[in-house]
Design a protein around this ligand. Sequence first.
Ligand code: TXA
Ligand code: MG
Length: 344
Amino acid sequence: MKTSVWNIKEAVDNHSLLKEAATLLQKNEVVAFPTETVYGLGANAKSDEALKKIFTAKGRPSDNPLIIHIASIQQANEIVEEIPEMAQVLMDAFWPGPLTLVLRKKAGLSDVATAGLDTVAIRMPDHPIALSLIREANLPIAAPSANLSGKPSPTTAQHVEKDLAGRISGIVDGGETGVGVESTVVDCTEAVPVILRPGGVTKEELQRIIGEVKEDTALHNKEAAPKSPGMKYTHYAPEAPFVLVEGSPMFIQSLMDEKKAAGKKVGVLTTEENKEFYQADCIIPCGQRSKLSTVASGLYDALRAFDECNVDVIFGEVFPREGIGEAIMNRMMKAAGHTVVKEK
Ligand code: TXA
Ligand code: MG
């Protein structure tokens, strides 16, 4: 399959290139597009034929439901049974933005999109290209992250091309995404909202607006079954084994020295502040420790960069689990298969 790439740096409604992409969506083809979090792989949420193409292109397990992207509240009403008060407050505060709400789905909505659940995940992305594309297609657009299943999510059109060229109809290139980690998924079907996946909107921000917020117990207990099907899969992993280290740069260097002595090539995932400290075969900073939002935006590009440098093992620094740090650590723990080495 030929994958078209449309270069759109500035999105305006009726943009002719966006029209091409929107027409393909209407023809039930799949097209990747930028959002403020990561690139999504979009398809017509009303067509099982289109939705199945997403699962095939990504190699995604069919029991992992999709997020439906909308550009207006009216579109939300066509998808969900009702919008409870709590969800309305969250929409008013955070939409458009990196917050996905899980609500009771309307009868008739595709079981392919929701993996047979009686709930549906929806969000209004805060990106001019995503919003224009949804409006132009005039359809709700189901979109998971536009990576091959198991790989880090794409934050540039080039990441999407690397994973999916030849497997999808097109890619709208709108440059780098901003937030860098995916949206926060919040279950709004019970009395108190529950965070199923930490993301671009932090727990602290949610609490400021809504008061009490719970977290799915599976987020901090790897034995528990997560309520969000996608959270059970290994994810975000570079090709070489990735080990998180809770300790000083000096301790991390000592671990790398042991590996080097055994003839291994080593990599380290670090920050602008610490990068000069290390001696390794591949040293990749993913932002500034003093500004965690830069770590979030640089994380997936950094994880992908290790695949270009052929190391045998990668060590990674940890971050405080505060604000966006919670989402960063959630993704890093998954990339590391939950292996953390602690300095005594
Ligand atoms: O930022 C984002 O959310 C990006 C951009 C493209 O919007 N999308 C994204 O989609 O990360 P995806 O498919 O990679 O992750 C969706 C997550 C999965 O963990 C999935 O299991 C969960 O949302 N999810 C979807 N529908 C659900 C539902 N009805 N109940 C619980 N979890 C659900
Ligand atoms: Mg994903």
